[in-house]
Design a protein around this ligand. Structure first.
Ligand code: FES
Length: 69
C-alpha cells in the first residue's frame, strides 16, 4: 500500500528503509523520498518508526538526572 502518494512510496519500502537503519522521519525521507513533498504522509512514517522502535522519547528531563556534569 502506498503511504506517500506524492513520491509513490509503499509501506514496504518505508519498513525496509527503517530496517536498514533510519530512525527519524527525516532519515526516511532522505533514503526513499517519502515525506519530501506535501508532508501528509509524515504521520504514517512516524507510526512505522514507532512500530519498529517504540514511541519516541521527546525532550523531557528525567527528575534527578543532570544533563551537564
Ligand atoms: S504524501 Fe508523502 S509527501 Fe505527499
Amino acid at each position: 500500500m502506498y503511504i506517500c502518494i506524492c513520491r509513490a512510496v509503499s509501506s514496504t519500502t518505508v519498513r525496509e528503509v527503517i530496517a536498514d537503519g533510519a530512525r527519524t522521519v527525516r532519515q526516511v525521507a532522505e533514503a526513499c523520498g517519502a515525506g519530501t513533498d506535501c508532508g501528509r504522509c509524515a504521520a504514517h512514517v512516524r507510526a512505522l518508526l514507532e512500530e519498529r522502535h517504540g514511541p519516541r522519547q521527546r525532550g523531557r528531563l528525567q527528575p534527578g538526572r543532570r544533563t551537564v556534569p
